[in-house]
Ligand binder design. Structure first.
Ligand code: SD4
Length: 341
């Protein structure tokens, strides 16, 4: 499969997609949607999305549920010790604690999240249990860990030797400065050409054969953050949003800016207004710049979106953002995201 990997620009895809049309109808209003209808399909952020998508695809190809697919998919980077931005092996906070954030959302608007949870690799599976077994949406810190342990998860040390070494090195200066596109710098065996900046977090969106959407987002957050800091990734509406009538979106990058703009909800609402997935992501990124022009060149934020027809798109502030696509035609497509700068 790897030898079939293609790096293509989204623009090529758009050109290739003929206007077969399958407009969406929401509350009696028709939303024009050009292009081929594709399902099932799964898309996810960064180069490590390729392997994650393949795990999700095993479920989707057998008519499985999008929710099961996204959970299975993001568990791959969560367990990958080489991945320093998701799950076990993630870089710790400034006090040496690896704290994980994750959320999941299904086609019925159900959602669950864990915030700043320690000692459990598969934060996404705990988030799913919060959704399915509790009357709540979010559990944080000690409470999230307690809930996980009560539900059979094992307590682990998530701080690997190499992550501890990186933290010790960081402590020498102890300067908090987000590293752009850290996912691809540290992890990717297949860096995209021109990758100048680096970040992390897996956000995954799937549309299953029945036409239902779900999403998952999981991260260890910004490396060397303050203890207790929570970003956008486990916040429904910020790091992830799914509306089964319209589409779904997820984000990666400096979470504070995504929270301030309720980014993923914004992207879905823009699609509701008729924006294509790519244009919706672009507008959300531009809104961040309009609010914080002075910060625009210093930080990375990227959005990824899919609509109800399986059409997808992405946009980032800086170069270096990538996303992976998996469907019947291709299981290992990696696309270089467009960017403002
Ligand atoms: C956060 N959005 O914790 C995450 C981190 C990330 O690229 O995605 N970085 O803010």
């Amino acid at each position: 499969m790897i030898n079939r990997r293609k790096f293509i620009q989204k623009s090529l895809l758009s050109t290739a997609a003929l206007s077969l049309g399958n407009n969406l109808s929401v509350n009696g209003k028709t939303i024009e949607s050009k292009g081929k209808v594709t399902k099932p399909i799964v898309i996810s952020t960064w180069d490590f999305g390729i392997a994650a998508n393949q795990a999700a695809w095993k479920i989707l190809k057998d008519n499985g549920r999008a929710l099961d697919a996204v959970e299975a998919g993001v568990r791959i980077p969560e367990a990958d010790l080489k991945n320093v931005t998701v799950g076990k092996g993630g870089y710790p906070d400034r006090d040496g604690h690896v704290t994980l954030d994750a959320c999941i959302m299904d086609e019925n608007g159900n959602c669950g999240a864990v915030l700043a949870m320690e000692h459990i690799t598969h934060a996404i599976s705990v988030a799913r249990l919060v959704m399915e077994k509790t009357p709540h949406v979010m559990l944080a810190g000690e409470g999230a860990l307690q809930f996980a342990l009560e539900n059979g998860f094992q307590k682990e040390n998530l701080l690997t030797e190499s992550a501890e070494k990186a933290w010790q090195e960081w402590l020498k200066k102890a300067e908090y400065k987000p590293i752009m596109n850290i996912e691809n710098q540290h992890f990717s065996p297949n860096k995209l050409p021109g990758n100048q900046y680096n970040h992390d977090t897996i956000g995954m969106l799937a549309l299953d054969a029945k036409g239902n959407l779900s999403g998952a987002c999981t991260t260890s957050g910004m490396a060397f953050k303050m203890h207790g800091r929570v970003g956008d990734s486990p916040i429904i509406g910020a790091g992830l949003y799914v509306d089964n009538e319209i589409g779904a979106a997820t984000s990666t990058g400096v979470g504070e800016e995504v929270v301030r703009t309720v980014g993923s909800f914004l992207v879905v609402e823009l699609m509701r207004q008729g924006y294509s997935p790519e244009d919706a992501c672009k507008e959300a990124v531009e809104r961040i710049i309009r609010k914080k022009p002075q910060k625009a060149k210093e930080i990375q934020v990227g959005f990824l979106a899919i609509n109800k027809n399986g059409q997808y798109g992405a946009y980032a502030l800086q170069k270096g953002f990538s996303f992976a696509v998996c469907n019947e035609e291709t299981q290992d497509l990696l696309i270089k995201g467009k960017s403002i700068f």
